[in-house]
Design a protein around this ligand. Structure first.
Ligand code: ADP
Ligand code: MG
Length: 692
């Protein structure tokens, strides 16, 4: 099948809808999808029927309401289309089954916002994200809410945040005389991942149980040669990537770019951007399919943020912008941003939002896995800052400092090869170290962890920017001299929030003290970052924009802490188990062999050297002793966990994680000294260079 035919072939997309639905039904459904009009329940039966007929032709026998509970995963419960009809069966999907479902929801996290006894949760169809057929089942994207209307998933608040931003952006555009039906946020999430050989993977308890290696001495060859980045793809990897592309295309996911990343065995996939909630669904599906496709190739796809110590971890880049249905990108500066007050106001609002709400922007991407990136010497640091690039940076500097702005035009460049064309040099040069970078006509939020749902950061981004837009409109609506008022308002916002702008190296040693001087937050662990959600002004912004109730904010933050505590608990238990069952005995075994060697040598001849054997045995014996003690300390600290998410998460971050670091360092030291015949696990070299 050709790619053009393959693309979207598993999706109940526009073309299929148009061809299979009565005209009025189709138009009504489009109004819901495009302009956000409430769904007309009268059309549900017709849509359900068309969907079912199409799905059955694609081989589906079941349907599921597909939703995104407060884990980072998706959930599904399959029902068959089969209905009894006399002594036969018919295939049926009623309008009601399309619109609502009632999974038994008692085991999904709710952060105490829903008692188990009142466990009724409803899934409701989200017509703005297309249904699709996968492995014999029709997937219907849904939101998940409780009996009392509280949201229990990530999609409902995401849609609410999109609605809030749409409303405020339209108000703002009206000030400039621009009318449109809809302002949608667009997202293109770039996804990093590791691929390793399945056979090696299966020998590592830590990878199986926690998704990352808890032990492992650095390989002699790490990423220092930087030869993997954009390097030639190995055949097995390129086979995997082709299979993945084709698989994703079938589901209408615009997988566009693929390449090797910095670390050995690390890769990246970038899709073409689309409407936020479709992008979020697409990314969830992408992560799931990456794992499945990898398996077909005898590989395992690791989505953990830090599978390997000592080489780069994996993140996700959230490219974010907002555009009208008439095709205007609000973040497009045009040729002369200095004379584009609308763009400058939008820019100032985004900058102000990131500064004022930096705490929750950092907190929403916090997780046990991501703590290994943010705050360590890679990825962006845990401190939020905004990078504007040369052109906008200079413009904003001149506004804030009251200096004249001398535009820096994109200069036509040439790569110096006579036959190559002249091209304009990008005025927003890449700054890979910035957590929040302006890249031409969008912002790229780079703090996301690779396995996280893209929903959370976009909920926060949409909400905080909507808040700043609403404040701008409140201040500027009906003023006498709009031009002047707008300029002043923009200028004041930029001056007030200038501290968040940082156009230099975010990995450099100077940035941290400088950020502290500027009063920026630097919450390095999840335990320290998440409580930002409990602050009054941060709760208020969600409530004001109609995205969360106060209870929902608190419940979600608690779930995030709970997930953090559970993850580290699992890691610590796994570590202790591996240490006591495998590593300690293995080292003892090698020591015993060394002792036997010493005795044998002595028995044979006084002249045989035993000095090295003895020193090594003594050294390993001392290390193994210290190792065992460190494991005992970890276990006893773990046994005494304080009550409540706050204190427990603090103990995890500041006692358990450091305990684990000690255990690991001792083990990694012993690994380098121990005979490979005795070492119980594949080494980093085995894992990182396993795919030939
Ligand atoms: P590169 O960083 O390789 O030069 P781009 O900057 O074109 O590539 O795009 C990087 C990612 O940003 C892609 O996933 C792309 O789809 C996405 N992207 C581009 N434009 C927008 C936009 N207006 N809104 C959201 N995402 C976008
Ligand atoms: Mg990027």
């Amino acid at each position: 099948m050709e790619v053009t035919e393959l693309f979207g072939s598993n999706v109940f997309g526009d073309e299929v809808m148009k061809n299979s639905l009565p005209k009025e039904v189709y138009r009504s459904l489009r109004r819901t999808i495009d302009a956000g009009e409430p769904l007309d329940s009268n059309i549900a039966s017709a849509v359900a029927n068309a969907m079912k007929d199409w799905a059955v032709k694609k081989g589906a026998t079941h349907y599921t309401h597909w939703f995104q509970p407060l884990t980072n995963l998706t959930a599904e419960k399959h029902d068959s289309f089969i209905e009894p009809d006399g002594d036969k069966v018919i295939m049926q999907l009623t309008g009601k089954s399309l619109i609502v479902g009632e999974p038994d929801a008692s085991s999904f996290p709710s952060g105490g916002s829903r008692a188990t006894s009142a466990a009724r949760g409803y899934t409701a169809w989200d017509p703005t994200s297309p249904a699709f057929v996968k492995e014999g089942t029709l997937y219907i994207p849904t939101v998940f809410v409780s009996y009392t209307g509280e949201t229990l998933d990530k999609k409902a608040p995401l849609l609410k945040s999109m609605t809030a931003l749409d409303a405020q952006a339209k108000r703002l555009l009206k000030l400039f005389g621009i009318e449109c039906n809809k302002v949608a946020t667009t997202v293109g999430p770039e996804q990093e991942y590791f691929l390793i050989d399945e056979e090696e993977y299966l020998k590592r308890k830590d990878l199986i149980l926690t998704g990352r290696t808890l032990f492992g001495a650095p390989p002699s060859r790490g990423q220092e040669l930087e030869d993997h980045y954009f390097g030639v793809l190995k055949t097995r990897i390129s086979d995997f990537m082709r299979d993945l592309d084709e698989t994703l295309w079938k589901y209408g996911i615009f997988a566009k770019t693929k390449h090797n990343e910095v670390a050995p065995a690390q890769h990246e996939l970038a899709p073409v951007f689309t409407t936020t909630n479709v992008a979020v669904d697409g990314n969830q599906l992408t992560m799931e399919l990456m794992k499945k496709v990898a398996k077909r190739h005898g590989l395992v796809c690791l989505l953990h943020e830090k599978p390997f110590e000592g080489v780069n971890g994996s993140g996700k880049h959230n490219n974010w912008s907002l555009s009208t249905d008439t095709g205007l990108n609000l973040l497009d500066p045009g040729e002369t941003p200095e004379s584009n007050p609308r763009f400058m106001l939008v820019l100032a609002c985004v900058i102000a939002a990131v500064d004022r709400y930096q705490g929750i922007l950092r907190a929403c991407v916090a997780s046990a896995g991501n703590d290994h990136r943010l705050g360590a010497n890679e990825a962006p640091p845990a401190i939020l800052s905004v990078y504007l690039g040369d052109q906008l940076g200079a413009l904003v500097d001149s506004i804030v400092n009251g200096r004249e702005y001398v535009p820096k035009k994109a200069i036509p460049g040439s790569i110096g090869v006579p036959s190559s064309p002249i091209f304009p040099i990008d005025t927003t040069d890449r700054n890979r170290t910035s957590p929040f970078a302006f890249t031409g006509n969008k912002f790229e939020f780079r703090m996301l962890g690779s396995q996280a749902s893209v929903a959370d950061p976009n909920i926060v981004l949409n909400t905080i920017v909507a808040q700043l837009f609403s404040e701008a409109v409140d201040a500027l609506a009906g003023v006498n001299d709009f031009g002047r008022a707008c300029r002043e308002f923009t200028e004041n916002l930029l001056k007030k929030h200038y501290r968040i702008i940082f156009n230099y190296n975010g990995y450099g040693p100077d940035w941290e003290p400088e950020a502290v001087r500027r009063g920026l937050l630097n919450n390095k662990t999840t335990a320290d970052a998440v409580p930002e959600f409990f602050k009054r002004e941060n709760i208020d912004v969600f409530v004001r924009q109609g995205v969360y109730t106060e209870r929902e904010v608190v419940a979600r933050a608690n779930i995030q802490l709970e997930n953090y505590i559970k993850s580290i608990n699992i890691e610590a238990l796994t570590m202790a188990e591996m240490a006591k069952q495998d590593i300690y005995p293995a080292v003892n075994g090698y020591i015993a062999e060394l002792c036997a060697v010493i005795e044998n040598k002595r028995a044979v001849s006084e002249k045989l050297n035993t000095g090295a054997d003895l020193r090594l045995a003594e050294k390993l014996s001392a290390m193994n002793e210290a190792f065992f003690e460190a494991v005992e300390k970890l276990e006893s600290d773990l046994a005494e966990m304080p009550q409540g998410e706050g204190p427990a998460s603090q103990k995890m971050a500041h006692v358990i994680v450091p305990d684990m670091d000690v255990v690991r360092a001792l083990s990694d030291g012993m690994e380098k000294l121990c005979s490979s015949d005795y070492w119980p696990y594949p080494t980093y070299t085995d894992l990182l260079y396993s795919v030939k």
